[in-house]
Design a protein around this ligand. Structure first.
Ligand code: PLP
Length: 276
């Protein structure tokens, strides 16, 4: 694979970033994952807007979005994939050991990997750890993802593909790499960003296109919700068929199936200029 590192394309085997990059030593970095299909990106503009928001939240200089776009195009051209994911990583840059964030500027790495279509349904578990809805990193897509890695490992131990967090006051929040929606009395609800969840791009599009409500919900709504589904760049809209020990009848249920259909249709290119 050829990937972009700080200004140019390199072979994966020989591409280099410093072992003293703050992104590696203290997780001081941000990232985006962008879906690609036959060399075309999906919603790149929205991802780049969030990349800039995350950079500002972390006190990193604004990324040069022209360079990021060029990097994405170059990586996609060099690595043809039917269905893929671009990974844009932007880090704090080189720092001598023990010092603050370095003067050598941030680092930009763009890589692409192949993906496959996700199954229509999946199992999730809740985890006892909480999302902090008032933390310094809340809402930022930072590379400090170790907590998500631990929670996802817990999910896999239980035969699930996603772990759902509540926040510090017991409200439903999000998954390790997805947002969560529930159906109550036939209406779709998703936790507000004030719950501490990431402002997911798939979440926003799904909410807009289905008329879902932003509702502050208790974590235990998962015990009674008629239907549950996840959204993310790599899952699109994915129905949940089991949450902890509870099997949900007929997943995807009718409301989720409709949301999946709406998302697929509306996400088709050229219908919405924000999606290019
Ligand atoms: N929540 C978290 C913690 C995530 O990491 C992600 C995606 O990576 C999402 C939600 C879903 O966001 P998006 O739809 O923009 O992929």
């Amino acid at each position: 694979m050829k990937l972009w590192v700080n200004g140019g394309l390199h072979d994966e085997e020989t591409a280099r970033v410093s072992v003293l990059d703050h992104g590696l030593t203290v997780g001081d970095g941000i990232f985006e994952t962008v879906k690609t299909e036959r060399g075309e990106t999906f919603a790149l503009t929205l991802h780049l807007e969030r990349l800039t928001r995350s950079a500002r939240g972390l006190g990193l200089p604004d990324p040069d979005l022209d360079e990021v776009r060029r990097a994405c195009a170059a990586v996609l051209e060099a690595n043809p994939t039917e269905l893929g994911r671009l990974r844009i990583t932007y880090t704090g840059g080189l720092s001598p050991l023990g010092s603050e964030r370095g003067d050598d500027g941030p680092g930009l790495v763009v890589a692409v990997g192949a993906t496959s279509r996700r199954p229509d349904t999946t199992a999730v578990v809740t985890v006892p750890w909480t999302r902090n809805e008032r933390g310094a990193l809340t809402g930022l897509k930072t590379t400090s993802y170790a907590e998500n890695v631990v929670a996802l490992a817990r999910a896999r131990e239980h035969g699930a593909t996603e772990a759902l967090f509540g926040n510090t006051v017991g409200r439903l929040c999000e998954g390790t790499g997805s947002n969560v929606f529930v159906v109550l009395d036939g209406r779709i609800h998703t936790p507000p960003v004030s719950s501490g969840c990431l402002a997911g791009i798939t979440r926003a599009l799904t909410a807009e296109w289905t008329g879902a409500l932003e509702t502050d919900l208790p974590l235990d709504v998962l015990e009674t919700a008629e239907e549950i589904f996840l959204t993310s760049t790599l899952r699109d809209v994915q129905a949940v068929h089991r949450v902890d020990g509870r099997e949900l009848a007929a997943a995807p249920g009718p409301v989720t199936a409709k949301a999946m259909r709406i998302f697929e249709e509306r996400a088709a290119r050229d219908r919405d200029p924000r999606l290019g």
